[in-house]
Structures are given as C-alpha cells and as structure tokens.
Design a protein around this ligand. Structure first.
Ligand SMILES: Nc1ncnc2c1ncn2[C@@H]1O[C@H](COP(=O)(O)OP(=O)(O)OP(=O)(O)O)[C@@H](O)[C@H]1O
Ligand SMILES: [Mg+2]
Length: 197
C-alpha cells in the first residue's frame, strides 16, 4: 500500500532551498511543489509585528505566515489519489511541529553568516530589506530557528552545509527523497530515457 511522500527542504535564507526544490521537482515526473513563501500573511494583517527599533515587519518568524493554510493544503493534497511526491520548501517548514510530523524526508540546509549576508545582498525581496534588517532580524531569527529545530528534532533531520556546490546538495537531497519514497511504498522513478524493461 503506497502513500504520499512529503519531502521538506528547509534551511537558512539564501541557502539554496528554492533552487534545490525546483530542480528536484523538475527531475521527479508528477511531483508537486509547495513553497512556504506563498503563505506569508498580507502586509495589512494585524498579526504582523515590527522589529524593535526598525520600521519594518518581522517577516522571519512563523507568525508572519499562514501555517494553518499551508497545513490544510498539504493535508488536502496528500489525500488525493494516486499518491506521489510532494516537495515542501521554505525557511520554516520544519519549525512547525504539525508540518514536520507530516514529512517523510527532512532536510535543513545551514549557512554561515558571511556567506548568507553575501548572497542576501544580491537579492531584492518584496518588501525590500531595510538597512539593519539582516543584523537585527534575519540572522538572529535564523540562529533561533536552527537551534530550536536541533533541540526538538535533530535526529529526524538531515543537516547539510549550504556552502557545498549546489549540484552536490541536489544529489544529497535526491538521495534522501529516494530513501523516503521507498518507505512510502512508491516506485523509484525510471532513469531518464527509459532504462527499465
Ligand atoms: N550551494 C550554492 N552555492 C553557490 N550559490 C548558491 C548555492 N545555493 C544557492 N546559491 C545562490 O544563492 C541565491 C539564493 O538561492 P535560493 O533562492 O535557491 O535560496 P533560498 O534558500 O530559496 O533563499 P530565500 O531565502 O530567498 O528563500 C541564488 O543566487 C543562488 O544562485
Ligand atoms: Mg527561496
């Protein structure tokens, strides 16, 4: 009896989550992809909290996200037939215990501060980062979230160093997903160009 295999790709900002998840999605025919970035509460939502000392919301916290809707979407999708692979990517997908429990593969890509800052400076977010936001919010929140995940579920999560080349990270995540799909009773994908007989 097979069931949906939910594979989470989480980690630091700019650690490569979206790149890895999209590549995985493209390589796994019939897979589905849910990005946590699609679940941010609108700017008008009264639940947003300002970062102390900055005229800018804290976007780097679970309470800036509609995690109930994300969980409901995961539940609805994984109730459909036939089962397949759902890739779930986002910086806090594993920090919500309800979502974490639903995952069969759990990867968290870490990053050091200097590399993270270097990559983040090249990006433009919506809304754009204000000066001081990285130091006051992004980095300390990341440290808190990684520490909380290690405290709550270190043994259930595969931690990967995001300084590794992206191709290597993709292969490592793919290997995790392959293990998980077997435990879900799903067939391994046929190699490109047929292969099987
Ligand atoms: N392993 C890597 N080596 C070098 N550059 C990388 C690596 N992973 C990601 N990058 C670069 O870092 C940037 C962010 O990548 P990506 O959008 O995949 O990360 P993310 O974790 O999804 O970030 P976000 O916080 O915006 O969700 C991109 O410019 C990407 O090319
Ligand atoms: Mg991303």
């Amino acid at each position: 009896m097979s069931r949906w295999c939910v594979a989470a790709v989480s980690g630091a900002t700019c650690s490569g989550k979206t790149t890895i998840a999209r590549r995985l999605h493209a390589s796994l025919a019939g897979s589905r992809l849910i990005s946590q970035d699609d679940y941010f509460l609108p700017e008008s939502d009264p639940r947003h909290r300002l970062v102390p000392g900055l005229d800018h919301f804290n976007w780097d916290t679970l309470s800036a996200l509609d995690m109930d809707r994300l969980l409901a979407d995961v539940t609805a999708l994984t109730a459909t037939s036939p089962p397949g692979i759902l890739i779930l990517e986002g910086f806090l997908v594993l920090n919500d215990g309800r979502v974490r429990q639903r995952c069969d593969a759990r990867v968290f890509v870490t990053l050091d501060r200097a590399t993270c800052w270097q990559r983040r400076q090249r990006r433009v977010y919506e809304p754009p980062d204000v000066p001081g936001y990285f130091d006051a919010c992004v980095w300390p929140m990341y440290e808190q979230h990684e520490a909380a995940l290690r405290r709550e579920a270190e043994a259930e999560v595969t931690f990967l160093d995001g300084r590794r080349p992206i191709d290597e990270l993709c292969r490592l995540v793919e290997a995790e997903v392959d293990k998980a799909r077997v435990s879900c009773g799903l067939e391994k994908a046929a190699p490109p160009g047929g292969g099987g007989d």
